[in-house]
Ligand binder design. Structure first.
Ligand code: AMP
Length: 282
């Protein structure tokens, strides 16, 4: 695996593969790899001739009071894990390679970004995500890009921007990878002390309670949300949001219909965690 720092270097790697008619897969990440990231890299490996993993803690998607400075960073470990999972190129640029002096353009996806994490983290979050993902697509020009369903809203935002801006890339959403007790893997789980780590299991249990309510035939949103909220309350968690929305466009739903997204964000100890579940009516 090659580690490259500049746009020119990554483009040269991609050009060589493309010249041979090969397929290029891109896995955008902020590093601090866990099995969730590695599952994306493995999926990309299975479908691509060249797997590019980007490692960039994108400053523009962090709010002023968020954890940019504290965000876990260990490039050496990430490089080793990425290589083992099948990456060919690790693109780990410095900040000024991505945002040179005078950088002045923002990609804003309206509507989808007003709710959930867009409401609780502020508009800058998805503007930062949309802008850096657009840039990565321009730099790498991948055939496919791999994202985790853990960030369900991010997947919808990325799908919308590639459609709206006619970017010819296939967006692949990969399933949420969980710890044995159900906690969704996250780079931010390292912030959890043992008590908070235990409390954090309530997020997935709350989603399960919502899914169980639907399985019992309780499809009214207030019933599903009530079942989920009861689990959070019992664990002493007051979520930033607990929402039931269309999995296609995030409009609120009165009832669980096809592809409903039950999503939660909460501060647990010193970590902000998110999780979600697609609910299906059978
Ligand atoms: P991040 O480094 O947190 O920006 O995540 C990079 C990519 O990995 C994003 O597409 C995430 O959705 C994905 N990801 C993070 N955690 C998980 C997980 N537990 N399961 C699946 N994908 C994940």
């Amino acid at each position: 695996m090659k580690i490259v720092r500049t746009r020119a270097e990554v483009r040269a790697e991609v050009a060589a593969t493309r010249g041979r008619g090969g397929l290029v897969g891109l896995v955008p990440t902020m590093g601090a790899f866990h099995e969730g990231h590695l599952s994306l890299i493995r999926q990309a490996r299975a479908e691509s001739d060249l797997v590019v993993v980007s490692l960039f803690v994108n400053p523009t998607q962090f709010g002023p009071n968020e954890d940019l400075a504290a965000y876990p960073r260990d490039e050496e470990r990430d490089a080793r894990l990425a290589e083992e999972a099948g990456a060919d190129v690790l693109f780990a640029p410095p900040v000024d390679e991505v945002y040179p002096a005078g950088f002045a353009t923002t990609v804003h996806v309206a509507g989808l970004t007003d709710v959930m994490c867009g409401a609780s983290r502020g508009a800058q979050h998805f503007d930062g995500v949309a802008t850096v993902v657009t840039k990565l697509f321009q730099i790498v020009a991948p055939d496919a890009a791999y994202f985790g369903q853990k960030d369900a809203q991010q997947v919808l935002v990325v799908r919308r921007l590639v459609r709206d801006l006619d970017i010819p890339v296939r967006i692949v959403a990969c399933p949420i990878v969980r710890e044995p007790d159900g906690l969704a893997m996250s780079s931010r789980n390292v912030y959890l002390d043992p008590a908070a780590r235990q409390q954090a299991t309530a997020l997935n249990r709350a989603l399960t309670a919502g899914a169980d309510a639907v399985a019992r035939g309780e499809t009214r949103s207030e019933d599903v949300l009530g079942a989920a909220r009861a689990v959070l309350t019992a664990s002493g968690i007051d979520p930033e949001y607990l929402d039931l929305r269309s999995g296609d466009d995030l409009r609120t739903l009165d009832r669980v219909e096809e592809s409903a997204l039950l999503a939660v964000a909460a501060r647990v100890g010193s970590a902000r965690l998110i999780d979600n579940r697609i609910l299906e009516v059978r």
